[in-house]
Design a protein around this ligand. Sequence first.
Ligand code: TYD
Ligand code: MG
Length: 445
Amino acid sequence: MKIVYSCSKCGAQFPKWSGKCLECGAWGTLDKESIIENQKDKKVEELKSVKVDFVDLSKIKNIEIHKLKTGFSCFDKVIGGGLTPSSLILLGGEPGIGKSTIISQLINEKLNTLYISGEENSSSVKSRFDRLGIKINNLKFVSENNIEIIIGAILKLKPEFLIIDSIQTLYSNEVEGEAGGISQVRACTVKLMEITRKFNMATLIISHVNKSGDLAGPKTMEHLVDCVLNLEGDRLHRFRILRAVKNRFGSTDETAILEMTKTGFQEVLNPSKIYLSSISKDAKGTAITAIMEGTQVLMLELQALVTKTNFGYPKRATSGYDQKRLELLLAVLSSKTNLNLGAYDVYINLTGGFSVSDRSLDLAVCMSIMSAYYDKKVQDNTIVFGEVGLSGEIRSVPKTKERIKEIISLGFKNAIIPSFEKSIEIKGVNLEFVKNIEELKKFLV
Ligand code: TYD
Ligand code: MG
């Protein structure tokens, strides 16, 4: 046994503890971990005699993987058509976002399922199933934290679908450290991976995310699994986005926009309509934009507040938007237009509770700031999207046509878009092409 210190963020290992990870620069992320030392390297000559089976991939016939359908079709869509046998899926999300709810909805009577919870007991899990009205005839439940006992349960039941809620609550007798620590999380994931492959199961592991939005636990956990799904949104709002950030069996383009109701999650079929009712038309300091969420268009409203700084140092704060990106856009606005933002506090709020870091929001952020600064509203019925470059130029963004088609169907009359898209020909909307951010001013009325 050897003691090393591993960074819980990037997985780098060091012989000594320090406050800061020298690899990724994160503070307070080094944890003690014991590892078994490798055997001495074999000599090259010895390795030459090792038996290896080379596989000729061209001789392998097309294999059709039979995917297992869960009880929630939009989940199947996001992971690429259903659960793939012998695969591991990691589902991450903040506490209270709805991870336990979504996995309950995955239960399908036709699938022999084993549900392990290290967090809840049988009565609270049962009451959730009752509330959701889900049939659980083919489901076995175990409330357990010890991975060895869990493996025993798997060996007995040999399920097709295994659910673990959550990896941070499991521990192994063979590894030191508390449940939730990196050694435990990694060891339990490896054990689950081995048994998943051995019994050809589909395993879904829930993982908490930490404050910065990363999956809690080592990055290596993400490398071990086949799919990483994130459930994002704001606990205080109804809407969530289920997104695949890694997917070995399908694209990462599909997302599902879900609404939390009294009876669990429901897919929102017209996501672009979500915010239309709440959009505060005619308000100064707001701009409406269209972003792509996978293959779907989502309308968002950006609000800006620009006020004179009372103290020497101007404040910049955001909600649902990247603060660093705001600072960059403010620097561009200050240097390329007549806005004197050095003497103003700037606040940006993305309504609806989503967090979006899409470059196509740039133009709407600038537009809302200008609107607040000049105390004029953006002309009626207008959508704005595009990326802003460092010299104030407006750059094009993907899927302009798709966004505009959606905008038309929602009844918007004008779209302010990058001039790179001049070749676009779409009827039913007045397209305004802009080359640099200075031009935005003429759309304020
Ligand atoms: P939960 O799935 O327990 O979150 P997590 O496992 O990610 O911590 O549920 C989160 C919240 O969802 C909880 O506060 C109650 C609410 N909820 C509903 O609004 N409707 C429902 O049908 C269910 C089951 C939960
Ligand atoms: Mg839970």
